[in-house]
Design a binder for this molecule. Structure first.
Ligand code: MYR
Length: 131
């Protein structure tokens, strides 16, 4: 289960990933210390994700397999959906500004939530611990 109060512990290759996404160095430096927290709550195929960071606090609601819109902290707009594949949450999103695909997934490994992001062949991970 993904339910819980998760706090980012560490990231892998996130700077390069953000650079590939076109995020400038100033914003990347801030994002490296964004103190991201996500509170995930699942009910059947419906999820609520409360995201908070040094940039913002927002709540996202989605249903597995149903497209929704999401904006990154820098304003970049995405549209896509999450699906459950076994015990992995797999997200496929498209950037509205350039049509390129951003894939992401969430998986529980031990007591950590590992979120992987892939864009233009560049992969990053952010690893969360229960807060
Ligand atoms: C959620 O489930 O948390 C909401 C939907 C998330 C969509 C994909 C998020 C990708 C975030 C990538 C960060 C890249 C910063 C340049």
């Amino acid at each position: 289960t993904f339910d819980g109060n998760w706090k980012v512990d560490r990231s892998e290759n996130y700077d390069t990933f953000m650079e590939t996404m076109g995020v400038n160095i100033m914003k990347r430096k801030l994002a490296a210390h964004d103190n991201l927290k996500v509170i995930i709550h699942q009910e059947g195929d419906k999820f609520s994700v409360k995201e908070s960071s040094t940039f913002r606090s927002i709540e996202i609601n989605f249903t597995l397999g149903v497209q929704f819109d999401y904006a990154l902290a820098d304003g970049t707009e995405l549209s896509g959906a999450w699906a459950l594949e076994g015990d992995k949450l797999v997200g496929t999103f498209t950037r509205k500004d350039n049509g390129k695909t951003l894939k992401t997934n969430r998986v529980i490994i031990g007591d950590e939530l590992v979120q992987t992001y892939v864009y233009e062949g560049v992969e990053a991970k952010r690893i969360f611990k229960k807060a």
